[in-house]
Design a protein around this ligand. Structure first.
Ligand SMILES: [Zn+2]
Length: 186
C-alpha cells in the first residue's frame, strides 16, 4: 500500500484516546526498539512496547492491530494472550504514527499561537517606531555639501542653509527657512 492511499485522518478519527496516545508516542520515538525508524515493518517486543506505553495489558495494541496499524508475530501460542511476541507497524501504522507525531498538541499550538501573536505585535510596534524615527538629520560630507530640503521648498541647497544639530557633522533635513516658516505657522 502506498502512502498516498492511506487515509490517515480517517484512521485517526477511529482511534480511542489511548490508541491515539499510543500512536503519538510511537511516532515521537518515545518507545524502545523501532530501530529502523517509524516505518513499515519496524517494531518492538509486546511486553516492552506495552510497558513503554504505560499500559497494563496489550489491549490497546490488539485494537490497533484490528485497525490495521500493527502486525503481530506471536513467539508462542500463549504469547498471543499476553501480547508477547513481536509487534510491527504496518504501512498504515507508520503513516498514522508519523502524522500524529507531526501534529501539535493543543497546549503546544496555543503556546505557538501566542508567540506568533506576540512576535507580530512586536514587529508592528517596531515598524511604527522606525517610521517615527525617520532620520531628521543628514551627514555633511564636506564644506561644499548640498542637500535636498525635506521641508516645503524641496530645493537642493548648500550646507549652510540647513540648521545645525546636537551631533557634529550632521544638519537638519529641513532648510532654515522651511523650518522657520513651519514653526511660525504652528
Ligand atoms: Zn526648505
Amino acid at each position: 500500500m502506498s502512502k498516498q492511499q492511506i487515509d490517515t485522518a480517517a484512521i485517526i478519527a477511529n482511534l480511542t484516546t489511548k490508541g491515539r496516545e499510543a500512536m503519538t508516542a510511537i511516532g515521537r520515538r518515545k518507545v524502545s526498539f523501532f530501530d529502523g525508524g517509524i516505518v513499515e515493518g519496524e517494531g518492538s517486543w509486546g511486553e516492552v512496547l506495552t510497558g513503554d506505553l504505560g499500559h497494563k495489558s496489550s489491549g490497546v495494541l490488539v485494537r490497533l492491530k484490528a485497525l490495521g496499524l500493527f502486525d503481530h508475530i506471536p513467539a508462542e501460542e500463549q504469547d498471543m494472550q499476553n501480547g508477547g511476541g513481536w509487534w510491527t507497524l504496518t504501512a498504515a501504522g507508520a503513516a498514522v504514527a508519523n502524522a500524529l507525531a507531526a501534529e501539535q498538541s493543543p497546549a503546544t499550538k496555543a503556546k505557538a499561537d501566542v508567540a506568533k501573536g506576540t512576535k507580530a505585535a512586536e514587529k508592528a510596534v517596531a515598524a511604527v517606531k522606525a517610521a517615527t524615527r525617520a532620520p531628521r538629520t543628514w551627514t555633511v560630507t564636506g564644506p561644499d555639501a548640498t542637500h535636498k530640503c525635506e521641508g516645503a521648498c524641496g530645493q537642493t541647497l548648500p550646507l549652510k542653509r540647513f540648521p545645525t544639530t546636537k551631533v557634529t557633522g550632521q544638519r537638519g533635513v529641513e532648510c532654515r527657512s522651511c523650518r522657520d516658516s513651519r514653526l511660525a505657522i504652528n
